[in-house]
Each structure stands twice: as C-alpha cells, then as structure tokens.
Design a protein around this ligand. Sequence first.
Ligand SMILES: Cc1ncc(COP(=O)(O)O)c(C=O)c1O
Length: 386
Amino acid sequence: MLTQRTQHMEYAIRDVVIPAMKLEKQGHTILKLNIGDPCKYDFDAPEYAKQAYINAIKQGKSFYGCSNGITEAKKAIIQREKTINDVTANEDQILINSGVSETINFLCGSLIEQGKEMLIPSPSYPQYLSFPNFFGGKAIEYKCDFNDHWNPDLEDIKEKINSNTAALAVINPNNPTGAIYSKETLEGLAEIAADKKIPLISDEIYDEITFTDYNCFTKIALDRGASIVQMNGMSKNFFAPGWRIGYAIYHNCPEILNSCSAQARTRLCSNTPAQYAMAASLNGSRDFLKENKQKLSRRMDVVGRKCKEYGLAHVKPKGAFYDFIKINTENDKQWVLDLLQEKHVLTVFGSGFGEQGKGFIRIVTLPQEEVLEEAFDRIGEFIQGK
Ligand SMILES: Cc1ncc(COP(=O)(O)O)c(C=O)c1O
C-alpha cells in the first residue's frame, strides 16, 4: 500500500534516538553526544535575534510572505554575503526557505529523477544520501580521505562523473567530519565543475563556526565561471535550528532557480516572523559567536585529549561542532547500540553517513567539558571490556 520510495528512508542521527528513549523510560540517564542541535546543550540564539522575532510577531507580521522570501531578508542576505564572503548577488537570485534541508529537497525535485545522479561527499550529511534516492535517482558517493584531512578525492570525483551526473554537492565546513577543505581542493572542485558544466551545490551552513582559515567555495567557484547554488541559514551560525529558516542563492543557474521557485510556490512561503528575525540578524554583532566559539574550542580540545588517552584515531576538526572518530569494528551500528546499552552513551554510527563512514562514530563537541570527560571515560571502559 505504501510507496516504495518511503520504504528505505533512513536518518541515522535520529534513528539511534529510539533505543535511547526506551532506556530513558526505564529511568536511565543517557549522555547524549548524538545531535547537532546546539540548543539541546548550553547554546542559544543571540538576544537581539530573539527580540527581532518577537517584535515581528507583536507588529502583526504573521502574514503569508512572498514565496521566494521578503525583501528585507533578501537585502540582509546580499549584504552579509558581500561583507563575509565577497560574493555578489541580487534579490532575484535568492530563494528563502525553511532551512538548507528544504533547498536540498527542492534541488533534488528539480534535478533528480530516474537515471539521474547526484555526486555527494562520503561521509556526508544523511539528507544528501536520502533525497536523490527518494526522487528516483541515485546518490553517488565520492571519497573524502581520512588520510588527507578528509579532503575530497578529486580523482575519485572525475571518475564518477558521467552523462547522468546532475549536480555535485560540497559541504564545507563539513558534517560529520568537521573538516575545512584546503583552498587547492576547492579550486580543483570548482575547475572540475566548470569544465564539465555540472551545477554545484554548496552547503555553507557552518561557515562562521570555523577554527582555522576558511575559504568560501562559492567565491572560488564563481571566479571560475561555475554555476552554483549557495546555501546557508540561521540554524548553526545563529544557534537557531528550530526557527527553520535559511536561504539559497542561485548563481549562474536561472533555470534551476525557476524550477525551485515553482516548488516554493506550492508551499506558499517560509515562516514570515523568522524571516524578519533573519533580516535583523545576518549583519548584526557577532560578539555572541566569539564567546560560543571559545567554549566550543575548549570542548573540542577535551575530545582531542580523550581520543589520545584511549588511542582513538581522528582528524582534529577545524570547523562545525563534530568529531568523527575511528573505532576498530566491522559493524559500527552494533558498536553504537552496544555502547548505548552498556554505558548509556549515545553516539551516531559512521556508516549512517555513507560508505566512507564505516568503522567510525560521530560525536558532537557541544556538551559541557565534564560530560565529554565522563562520556569518553565510559567509551574507554567499553573498548577495554571488548
Ligand atoms: C551539513 C548540513 N546541512 C544542512 C543541515 C540542515 O540545515 P537546516 O537546519 O538549515 O535545514 C545540517 C544540519 O545538521 C547540516 O549539518
């Protein structure tokens, strides 16, 4: 009775929550290192952004907005991209949406059908694995190399491009690895796409949560004449994932924009008060971010120290709030479930992020230092008991 396309949908990050909830119901406390939601830990959206959201509601801005987004937010996006990334855009290129997730959905709706392929990083944020298949096409994973700071393997990408390749997705800074790609790698990616005339999808949702030099992929791709859909939003940089608001800028690809806009009209508009909050925030003070990045950096250091203590291999993350850690097992899903049952620590199995994630776990570096210490001591005991 149900459609084939929903039969195999998986979302590893949330799938592991079900057994954890069972344990909680039995009265156990779970140390949660699984979900990339800063608000579930001690992070929160800045006060001025929250106030702008409240003001919008109080001022009666609860109407349906234009399907592609309100002008005030588009103007703020243009200014933000110019100031932070030196990327130029105009209002007609922008589609405001309910977060990057909705853009991925729209893009697959526009570009993917039976026989079409989307090249995605491996390991990858799970939505990139699910959506192309949901739309009848295929997600083709390209290798990101643990031994090269998780940079994409350009040769592997070239080998996998064929006449069915509809788009090439890049996530930088990356979830789940926390990698920030080298400038040379980004230039190589842009050159491949420009040469083969493949539209790029650039997920830049963590672009202000960086701890080393960061280069904006969109800027590099535009300098080489590529077509690129640049995606960002309020979820991570502004610690407001539940507001469900983000944006995409369609550079050099008007047909894709038209097709995504047609889909956007069918869902009327994205959350209007949240758009006003985004308009007031994108160019606002970043003092809150400075403090939060210091906090995150200390937590990342705890994870690094603990990995060393227990002999766990990983690449020190340079951005976002994840660490992707090697565990010596063939079956990382079972390992994660056993760790949960025996030590009440919740992580996500690496294979849920694709082929290259096999034999790894993803943890978030968001919990407080003492929670991370305790969780890793339990992981250490778990490994020693095996
Ligand atoms: C790489 C990446 N892209 C997109 C998203 C989802 O973004 P949004 O909340 O804007 O839908 C996430 C969430 O974890 C992510 O890690």
